[in-house]
Design a protein around this ligand. Sequence first.
Ligand SMILES: *Cc1c(COP(=O)(O)O)cnc(C)c1O
Length: 402
Amino acid sequence: MKMETLAVHGGHAVDASSGAVTPPIHLSTTYACEPGSECPPDEYTYSRTDNPNRRGLEELLTLLEGGEAAAVFASGTAAIMAVVQSLQPGDHLIAPLDGYRGTAVLLAEFFESWGGTVTYVDMSEPGAVAGAVRPETKMVWVETPSNPLLRLTDIACVAEIAHTAGALCVCDNTVATPVLQQPLLLGADLVVHSVTKYLSGHGDVVAGAVVARRADALFDRVRRVQEHGGAIPSPFECWLALRGLRTLPYRMRAHAGSALQIARFLDDHAAVRRVHYPGLPCHPGHPIAARQMEAFGGMVSFNVHGGADEALAVARGLRLFTHATSLGGPESLVEYRPTVQCAEPGAYDHLLRLSIGLEHPEDLIADLSVALAAGTAGHHRNGTSASAAVPAPTAGGLEAVR
Ligand SMILES: *Cc1c(COP(=O)(O)O)cnc(C)c1O
């Protein structure tokens, strides 16, 4: 079945006890069980171990990613932590230079203090990955497109390097989602998600997931961390996430379609210095993206001409984009990133990262157009700063909408 059909029908059935078409929320913490008998493993006993809402969400994520099993967690970070906790002291992990900052924090503050070691490489260079392999390398961590620079990693190629080294390949698929990219089918062993973002999709759930290509000993270990570590999402959060997933394929189509239009608009704009979007043919990862993704995703990062003042003025001038962290919701967000650690020092200073929401793309482009004109007056492709005093952009019809 196709993704749209799986998303609508996977993970639940008509409720046998009531006939409810929409799944009920099971708040019970404990489940009746025959005295003196061991509960069969597929039956519910206690809600931290398993419950119907969580099982439904795990089943649907397994289907969408094309894996064999999934475990959901209280956040994307808890899912990442569970994977890291499957490693041993002395193990070596290869991680991307550009990636979700929380992953690097967790590796530095926990994994390394437990006696693990990490080498950061430019994952868009397979040679750099192969060159970082050591005898004790156990895992290669991939995030593609990466956050915030939207760099591309060739998943099949890096998974092969990992497997040749006797290591596992894990892919953070938060930005692409299984609708646009299925890392397990390209050779990754585990996929991790911040379910908080596109999967839930409405900015009202914090949750995470690990999906495994094989329900093997590695996955059992992740399941043990879930069960005994206890960083689980509540039944209501699982219910909300499953509800959000029903529309994921249609939402991703809209996010990606609008992002492509906006990336093209920005690329043509005289005040914009550089656009990071894998759907643009000039993006270095475009050929890989075209091969391994269905569409190029809903995140666009860019630099304007000028410095912090200009970038901040653009961020402040936007009316439809709220300045906030996170991504993947119906409303567009902008986030100003002063500096980021990257392989090209300085190249990405004063980055503006956009999460393109589900508004009409023409309205978003109009908003960007006003904010860019006002925020970067005097700074454009061939000019130097004239620093003209610019009136604050008018909100147009938006105040009335709000
Ligand atoms: C947000 C995010 C995470 C962390 O997820 P939380 O749900 O916030 O814990 C991990 N990876 C990526 C790519 C993210 O965007």
